[in-house]
Design a protein around this ligand. Structure first.
Ligand code: 5MM
Length: 358
């Protein structure tokens, strides 16, 4: 047995095991951890009020989709959802376990302005994180997520990058101490008119700092997962990049900065259309990678589901089918076998929102 030179607390084996299940072939993460404010925006887009009952109904639709576990290995929940049940009284976490889907939990407390920076933000949530994490573990969560953002047009300033990296590293150490595999998510926002080379440069800087502080905090690399944004030109750049170019630049950054001890890279979709996000992931899996390269999409898995559902009971099954279509497409992309032939017009619509830092 290889000795472990760094601290991983008493959960070492379990963390490795959890990360392996999540990073299993042909599967990825369904991110449904929208905070209540963000969930309200999604519900408003189909004319529904932001009530607990509507949030529960929507999450029930997603989490009770028959056969979902074939393509989805984990799902990130907002705290409210972790404690909720179906209308028949079955806990959501039990529905997930039956499909071999690992329950995850968003543990950050969201973004606030970072004083002293160039209009940038930082992520809150370290206070009380150890006790909250222990409680989430008892409720059935086995992995955690902390999303912070970095803005290219705002700099990024050295202060903002350092703060983002340090916060992620402290969170990761605390999560591992409490048996949760931390997903490390420094989202580099798509905003800006810069070329892809500039995104590459910023991503290299961000990941260098993140790994520096992860190591300084004795985080156990075999027991983490990453959630990077793909390396693309800024959303307002004059030229779009092909999936092959995005894959080339993204993998270049990762190969330069991420040790192969990390088991899985689970990309966010960041406002790309459903089809774009799937094509880009597929391009990344055309050649073998040192890690499992997969998805942890929110918008790129949910957009057509929401549009199909419209909050109407008669559309419930059709919406679940729409989720399976997206989940299967991304499963194929994880295996490098996806083709966009026959994709709907809705799935091709971009979802970019300027300054997505709330
Ligand atoms: C599901 O949204 C997550 C929580 O966002 P808020 O704190 O803004 O409510 C978010 O972290 C999400 O998991 C990632 O941004 C990835 O989502 P996309 O839509 O970029 O794939």
């Amino acid at each position: 047995r290889v000795s472990i030179p760094i601290r991983a607390g008493s959960y070492t084996d379990e963390l490795v095991q959890t990360a392996k299940i999540i990073a299993s072939p042909g599967r990825g993460i369904l991110a449904i951890d929208e905070s209540n404010a963000t969930a309200g925006k999604r519900l408003a887009s189909i004319g529904l009020d932001n009530t607990e009952a509507n949030r529960q109904a929507y999450r029930q639709l997603l989490l009770t989709t028959p056969g979902l576990g074939e393509y989805i290995s984990g799902s990130i929940l907002f705290e409210e959802t972790l404690y909720q049940s179906t209308t028949d009284g079955k806990k959501f976490v039990d529905c997930m376990r039956e499909e071999n889907i690992v329950p995850g939990i968003k543990v950050d407390k969201g973004l606030v302005p970072l004083p002293g920076s160039n209009n940038e933000s930082w992520c809150q949530g370290l206070d009380g994180l150890a006790s909250r994490s222990a409680e989430y573990y008892k409720q059935g969560a086995r992995f955690a997520k902390w999303r912070t953002v970095v803005s290219i047009p705002c700099g990024p300033s050295a202060l903002a990058v350092k703060e983002a990296a340090w916060g992620l590293a402290r969170y990761a150490a605390i999560s591992q101490d409490n048996g949760l595999v931390p997903i490390v998510e420094p989202e580099i926002l798509l905003d800006g008119d810069h070329p892809i080379e500039r995104t590459l440069e910023v991503a290299e800087k961000v990941w260098a700092e993140v790994f520096y502080y992860l190591a300084e905090n004795n985080v156990f690399f075999e027991g983490i997962l990453l959630k990077p944004s793909m390396v693309t030109p800024g959303a307002e750049h004059k030229q779009k990049a092909s999936p092959e170019t995005i894959a080339k630049y993204t993998l270049t950054v990762l190969k330069r900065r991420v040790p192969p001890a990390v088991p899985g890279i689970m990309f966010l979709s960041g406002g790309q259309s459903e089809v774009e996000a799937t094509l880009n992931l597929n391009a990344m899996n055309q050649t073998p990678n040192p890690w499992h390269v997969s998805f942890s999409y929110a918008r790129a898995l949910q957009n057509t589901v929401l549009k199909t559902w419209q909050g109407r009971p008669e559309n419930f099954e059709a919406a679940q089918k729409a989720l399976l279509v997206r989940a299967k497409a991304n499963s194929l992309a994880q295996l490098g076998r996806y083709s966009a032939d026959g994709e709907s017009e809705e799935a091709n619509k971009g979802m970019f929102v300027k300054d997505y830092s709330y």
